[in-house]
Design a protein around this ligand. Structure first.
Ligand code: BMP
Length: 267
């Protein structure tokens, strides 16, 4: 199964340029930690990106929670991504018709296509979500870089309406058809979600000393998500953001997620 293969091996099987880049980045930097930088001040995000940068493969943003956004923020964040060698994922969870999604991705205040290597999208509207996102990338947005999408096939919170049939249909969109070169991975909670080893499994809901939050989030340990749930990357937000030392917490989550991965491929 895909979970037994090394990231180096899986890089050679990837159909998306971003999946390939991400597998190779994880293997060389020895980290499969994604930091969910869910903070509302741009300076706070830039500080944490600089402190945690050495420990992460992806920094995940929710750009619409930033209260003091201006165009210099993505420029500064990109500079930190280059300094520390991580990718930027905007967790926008696009979900509209193709035309609207192309505008939401490329236009507006945030112009996400100009600075995010990766974005997330719901599979709810079907294949046209991928065509819409592709259409939102203008040539000057690219800056010589490629772009990729992570499709949501499951959610971590309790009571989600996503069922097994929906998950299966979502992973089908990611693995069959003309736009699969644009899909870098799947956001999901279980190894069963997809089989193709050239896609990256991103799994949120990781925390060491809590099992839930007050609003429906459900947490697992780093070892559980990687070894039982099939996660390639574990997403950690408050487990790091609310720690006394964010740097020590990032190092701890990186160590435990990476050891869980090396154990998994060795067994
Ligand atoms: P935290 O570790 O603080 O619970 O943050 C989890 C992050 O992952 C949030 O940014 C959330 O939007 C995201 N997320 C999630 O929690 N569950 C999902 O199924 C999909 C997500 O993107």
């Amino acid at each position: 199964s895909r979970t037994k293969l090394s990231f180096e091996h899986r890089a050679t099987l990837a159909k998306s340029e971003l999946a390939k880049q991400l597998f190779l980045l994880m293997a060389s930097k020895k980290t499969n930690l994604c930091l969910a930088a869910d903070l509302t001040q741009s300076e706070e995000i830039l500080n944490i990106a600089d402190v945690c940068g050495p420990y992460i493969c992806v920094l995940k943003t929710h750009i619409d929670i930033v209260e003091d956004f201006n165009d210099s923020f993505p420029t500064k964040l990109r500079a930190l991504a280059d300094k520390h060698n991580f990718l930027i994922m905007e967790d926008r969870k696009f979900a509209d018709i193709g035309n609207t999604v192309s505008l939401q991705y490329g236009k507006g205040i945030y112009k996400v296509a100009n600075w995010a290597d990766l974005v997330t999208a719901h599979a709810l509207s079907g294949r046209s979500i991928l065509q819409g996102l592709k259409a939102g990338i203008t040539e000057n947005a690219l800056d010589g870089r490629k772009r990729g999408v992570f499709l949501l096939a499951e959610l971590s919170n309790s009571g989600s309406l996503i069922d097994a049939k929906y998950s299966e249909a979502a992973s089908k969109i990611a693995t069959e058809g003309g736009d699969i070169d644009f899909v870098a991975g799947i956001v999901c909670q279980s190894a069963k979600c997809f089989h193709f080893p050239g896609l990256v499994q991103l799994t949120p809901g990781v925390k060491i000393d809590d099992t839930v939050d007050q609003l429906g989030q459900q947490y697992q340990t780093p070892e559980h998500v990687v070894q039982v749930r099939g996660a390639d990357i574990g997403v950690v937000g408050r487990g790091i953001l609310q720690a006394k030392s964010v740097e020590k917490a990032a190092a701890l989550y990186r160590d435990r997620l990476w050891a869980a991965y090396t154990d998994r491929i060795a067994k």
